[in-house]
Design a protein around this ligand. Sequence first.
Ligand code: NIG
Ligand code: FE
Length: 411
Amino acid sequence: MSPAGGEGRLLVRDLAQLATPAGTDAPLRGSALGEVDVLEDAYVLCAGSVIESVGPMSELGAIDGEVEELDGRGLCAIPGLVDCHTHACFAGDRVEEFALRAAGASYEELHAAGGGIMATVRATRAAGETALANLVREHRKWMLRAGTTTFEAKSGYGLDLDTEIASLRAIVQARGVPTWLGAHAVPPEFEDADDYLDFALSEVLPAAAPLAEAADVFVERGAFDVAQARRYLAACADAGLALRLHGDQFTELGAVELALELGSRSIDHLEATGADGVAALAGSDVAAVLLPASALFLGRTMPPARALVDAGAIVALATDFNPGSAFCESLPLVTSLAATQLGLSPAEALGACTVNAAHVLGRADRLGRLAPGYAADLVLFDAPDWRYLAYHLGADLVAGVICSGVRAELR
Ligand code: NIG
Ligand code: FE
């Protein structure tokens, strides 16, 4: 059956189950994160790029006018997944470092020796704008195959004017949500972090701000300290960008306090966050973006997800897809890690990578739910129960993805 175009109507019928975060609120905190509406024997009717109605098949009345039909028998539908933290704009790989790490080298040692992020910066600078655009498109396809219909992607592997701008353009061209990670690492041509920030803020920010929606900084020993991050983020906020931070990945340096002080959209990682950080985030509007694939890939302790949800913090889940610390584009795998390593229920994991992830990207009014008026973004997967999303570890269950009312080409 041929699918409807974004202009027509598409009926997905006879679904084994349809699961969607309940209600219309965003962000979801505390017990609301785990509230999922499940319909058995269900349909979704899309009109153009928007959902017109959802419900049980028994309530599907006659539909006037032309409609394409898609057979949903044996399939479950959930909202298109939202990946709110990726580094999808990179060239090359770090498979050699991966093998060294498997033999005992640490991520921090490789970074200090000029490998790590800087190895990818060298490859990304050498790639050129066209190759970068092709790479982001390819990475987008990997994500789509795993059910991601909206992805954020950061620059941060250029760290010079031309490559940072080419990276943001490549992300925009691939219809990603662009974040300027101008403060990811200090490239070797600069004396120190302050010297590099002088350049980044005076030369790159004016060109990056019209392209990007947000700015991000890596607050860590060997990257940027809190004072440097404050200076960088304050300038980015003045230029109209929303703020994000990589914080508490290896050490608590005060990134949570800075995120609260500046009214950041999110702080991401939090593997090293203690009880005070959890309490501070719970009492704030700063979202905690948790990246368990990165903690797994680097063999670190997992972030305090259960404590954050129970205390009432806004918790989102993302992949952190990048060539060094999380070569993983699969949000279904992240939901499995959430259920097995973070102590979240499958329902909480679903809310965290739909509604709350959309909130981090400022799009929760239209993304993250299967309900009338939301974007017609759906994942169809081969399973008798929607919780197979998290339960079937590492499986490739995605049978179809509908993006803005159009069935996406997956292969
Ligand atoms: O989120 N921690 C900083 N940045 C990335 C890793 C980037 C890399 O290793 O290339 C992260 O884990
Ligand atoms: Fe990251």
